[in-house]
Design a protein around this ligand. Structure first.
Ligand code: PLP
Length: 358
C-alpha cells in the first residue's frame, strides 16, 4: 500500500521484516522479545541500546534523561502541568492547532494557564512569528506543538525562552530533522509516527526540571520515578521499545538525522510542487512559510472533485489521504518511513488526476 496514514503510520519495511524473523526466537534466546523478563539482560540490552541510539541521533546532551512512558502524547498533556505547574505560577500555551488546544484544555485542570499566542483566527494556517510571543519570566513553562499534524504546519525556528522552560510536543516531527535539544527543557512524542508503534511515548527531559517537580502526585505520573528507574519502574511496553530501537538503527543506517531531513524535504517537495503548479486546482491549507514536511494538507477546487480524487486515489492503492475529520480536505502524511517512491507515486497521481478533471 502507498501508506499516508497520519498515525499510527508506516514503519520501515526492513524493520518489519527483521521483527518477523526474530518474532519467535529473539537473538537465540529461544523466546520472543515479548516473552523476555523486563529485568533480563537480553531485554535490558534492547532498552539501553534504544536510549543510546536516540541520544546519538538527536545529539541529546548529558544533562537530559531519555524516558519511555505510556499513555501517548495525550497523557503528557496532564503530566506536564501536574509535575511542573506550581501554585502562584502560570504556564503559557502557544496555540497552533487541535493538539495544542487539547494540551491547553487539560492544563486548566491543574492551575493558572494562559494563551501566549494563537493562530486560530486564521484557521491555524501558520505558526505565530517568534517576535509576537509574550510570556512572563516567572512562568512555570511555555508549551508549543512543533508540528501540527491536523493542520499541516510546522515551526521552522523555535523561540529561545531563556530561563523559562520550553516544552515541546514533537509527536509528529521528532527525528524528521535536526533539533537543538538544549533549547528545550522537555520534548515529548508518542512513538507512532516517526519512531515506532503506538504504546511508547518518548520524553527527553532536562535533569534540573526533575528536581523542581511537584511531589504530591501519583507515582506513575512522576517523571522523576521513571528517570530514577531508567524507565523500568514498572513493566514497560517491551515489544514497542524493541521496534522503536530497530527504527532508530534503521535511521542510523540511512545516514542519521541529516539524511532523514534531506529525504523528507525531497519527499514533501514532490507533493507541494504538484499543489503549487496546479493553478489552483489543488490548494494548500498551510501558508508556505509554515508548511509541514510531515503532514501536507490540501483541498481541491470543489467538493465533488475532492470526493472523486479521494475515491480514485483509494482505488489506486493510496491509503490515509482523507483530511482529519475536524478539517476535511486531504492530507498526505510523509513521515520518515514513507519512501520517496510512494510520494512520487502520489505526486504523479495528482498531476494525472488534474489532467483528466481540471
Ligand atoms: N500531539 C500531536 C502533535 C499529535 O499528532 C497527536 C496524535 O496524533 C497527539 C499529541 C496525541 O497522541 P496520542 O494519540 O499518542 O495520545
Amino acid at each position: 500500500a502507498y501508506n499516508f496514514n497520519a498515525g499510527p503510520s508506516a514503519l520501515p519495511l526492513p524493520v518489519l521484516e527483521l521483527a518477523q524473523q526474530e518474532l519467535i526466537d529473539f537473538r537465540a534466546t529461544g523466546m520472543s522479545v515479548m516473552e523476555l523478563s523486563h529485568r533480563s539482560a537480553a531485554y535490558e540490552d534492547v532498552h539501553n541500546e534504544a536510549i543510546s541510539n536516540l541520544r546519538d541521533l538527536l545529539s541529546i546532551p548529558e544533562n537530559y534523561e531519555v524516558l519511555f512512558v505510556q499513555g501517548g502524547g495525550s497523557l503528557q498533556f496532564s503530566m506536564i502541568p501536574m509535575n511542573f505547574l506550581q501554585a502562584g505560577q502560570k504556564a503559557g500555551y502557544i496555540m497552533t492547532g487541535a493538539w495544542a488546544e487539547k494540551a491547553f484544555e487539560e492544563s486548566k485542570l491543574f492551575g493558572d494557564v494562559y494563551e501566549v499566542a494563537s493562530t486560530k483566527a486564521g484557521n491555524y494556517r501558520s505558526v505565530p512569528s517568534i517576535d509576537e510571543l509574550k510570556y512572563n519570566a516567572t512562568d512555570a513553562y511555555v508549551h508549543l506543538t512543533s508540528n501540527n499534524t491536523i493542520f499541516g504546519t510546522q515551526w521552522k525556528q523555535f523561540p529561545n525562552t531563556g530561563d523559562v522552560p520550553l516544552i515541546a510536543d514533537m509527536s509528529s516531527d521528532i527525528l524528521s530533522k535536526p533539533i537543538d535539544v538544549s533549547n528545550f527543557a522537555m520534548i515529548y512524542a508518542g512513538a507512532q509516527k516517526n519512531l515506532g508503534p503506538s504504546g511508547v511515548t518518548v520524553v527527553i527531559i532536562r535533569k534540573d526540571l526533575l528536581e523542581k517537580a511537584n511531589k504530591n502526585i501519583p507515582t506513575m505520573l512522576k517523571y522523576g520515578i521513571h528517570a530514577k528507574n531508567n524507565s523500568l519502574y514498572n513493566t514497560p511496553p517491551t515489544f514497542g521499545i524493541y521496534l522503536l530501537g530497530e527504527v532508530l538503527k534503521w535511521a542510523k543506517g540511512l545516514g542519521g538525522i541529516h539524511a532523514l531531513e534531506k529525504q523528507n524535504e525531497a519527499k514533501a517537495k514532490l507533493i507541494y510542487d504538484a499543489i503549487d503548479q496546479s493553478n489552483g486546482f489543488y490548494a494548500g491549507h498551510a501558508e508556505p512559510a509554515s508548511r509541514s514536511l510531515m503532514n501536507i494538507t490540501f483541498t481541491l477546487k470543489d467538493e465533488a472533485a475532492e470526493k472523486r480524487f479521494l475515491a480514485e486515489a483509494k482505488q489506486a492503492g493510496f491509503v490515509g489521504l482523507n483530511g482529519h475529520r475536524s478539517v476535511g480536505g486531504c492530507r498526505a502524511s510523509t513521515y520518515n518511513a514513507v519512501p520517496y517512491e510512494t510520494c512520487k507515486a502520489l505526486s504523479d497521481f495528482m498531476v494525472q488526476f488534474q489532467k483528466v478533471n481540471g
